[in-house]
Design a protein around this ligand. Structure first.
Ligand SMILES: Cc1cc2nc3c(=O)[nH]c(=O)nc-3n(C[C@H](O)[C@H](O)[C@H](O)COP(=O)(O)O)c2cc1C
Length: 223
C-alpha cells in the first residue's frame, strides 16, 4: 500500500467509514450489518446497479446512427425477455425482429408518426402474444379476464427486454402507435397471435428528460 493510500485509508477509518468487500463504503458502526456481512454488501451493490438501470432507462426518441447493435446482442436481450414469468409458464409472448435496412424501413411505415423518432435504430421488434394460453387451462378459459393475461405476460416480458437492453447500454422505445395489419403483411404472424407493441432498440443520441410520475402514495396503498 502506498503512503498516500495509507493516509487516505486512515482518514476514512477515522471518519467512521470502512470499505466493504463489494467496493461500497459503510459506516463502521454496529448498525450497518453490511460492513460485516459480505452477502448483504453484495446485495446492496446489486440493488444500486439495478436502481441505476431503472433510473437511466427512458423512452428514447432519437438514436445515434454511428453505433449499431449486433444480432448476437439482440438475441441476448430477447433471451432475458424469455426469462420473464408467465401464466403456468405458457410463455405466450412472441417476437418478430427487423434488423435488415429493408425490413426496418418497412416496419417504420407501419408506425405512423413514430417513424420520425427512429432514425438510427438498430432493430425494431414486434411483440405479440398467443391467444388462449395465459388465462386458460387445456384450452378452456379459467379466469374472467381471459386473454388479458396474455397481454399481461407479453408486457411483463417486454419489461425484462427493456431493462436488459438498458443494462447493456442500449435504449428503447415501446410503441403502441402501430398498424397491426401492416405488420402482419411484413411478418408471418399467425392469426391466433395478437400484435401488441413495436420496440425500438438502439443507442440514445441525447439524454432524455424524465417525465414526472404521480405521487407514490396515490398509486401505492399499504394496509
Ligand atoms: C404500451 C406503451 C405504448 C407506448 N406507445 C408509444 C408510442 O406509440 N410512441 C411514443 O413515442 N411513446 C410511446 N410510449 C412511451 C411512453 O410515452 C413513455 O413510456 C412514458 O411517457 C414515460 O416515459 P419514460 O418511458 O421515459 O419513463 C409507450 C409506452 C408504453 C408502455
Amino acid at each position: 500500500m502506498g503512503r498516500i493510500t495509507k493516509i487516505f485509508a486512515a482518514l476514512v477509518i477515522c471518519l467512521g467509514f470502512v470499505a466493504c468487500n463489494c467496493g461500497q463504503k459503510c459506516r463502521s458502526g454496529k448498525d450497518d450489518k453490511c460492513c460485516q456481512d459480505a452477502e448483504c454488501c453484495q446485495a446492496k451493490a446489486r440493488a444500486a446497479a439495478f436502481d441505476e438501470i431503472v433510473a437511466s432507462r427512458r423512452s428514447v426518441r432519437g438514436y445515434d446512427a454511428s453505433k449499431t447493435i449486433s444480432e448476437a446482442e439482440v438475441r441476448e436481450v430477447l433471451a432475458a425477455a424469455q426469462e420473464a414469468p408467465s401464466w403456468i409458464n405458457y410463455e405466450p409472448a412472441k417476437y418478430y425482429v427487423a434488423m435488415s435496412p429493408e425490413k426496418i424501413a418497412a416496419v417504420k411505415e407501419a408506425l405512423g408518426r413514430n417513424k420520425d423518432r427512429l432514425e438510427g435504430v438498430s432493430a425494431l421488434i414486434v411483440s405479440a402474444f398467443e391467444q388462449s394460453k395465459s388465462g386458460f387451462v387445456d384450452g378452456k378459459i379459467v379466469d374472467p379476464i381471459g386473454d388479458q393475461w396474455g397481454a399481461h405476460d407479453c408486457g411483463l416480458s417486454v419489461a425484462f427486454l427493456i431493462l436488459k437492453a438498458r443494462s447493456m447500454g442500449f435504449d428503447t422505445l415501446i410503441m403502441g402507435g402501430r398498424d397491426a395489419d401492416a405488420l402482419r403483411a411484413i411478418f408471418p404472424i399467425p392469426e391466433n397471435e395478437t400484435v401488441m407493441a413495436v420496440i425500438a432498440l438502439g443507442y440514445r443520441k441525447d439524454d432524455p428528460q424524465r417525465p414526472e410520475r404521480r405521487p407514490f402514495d396515490e398509486v401505492v396503498k399499504f394496509f
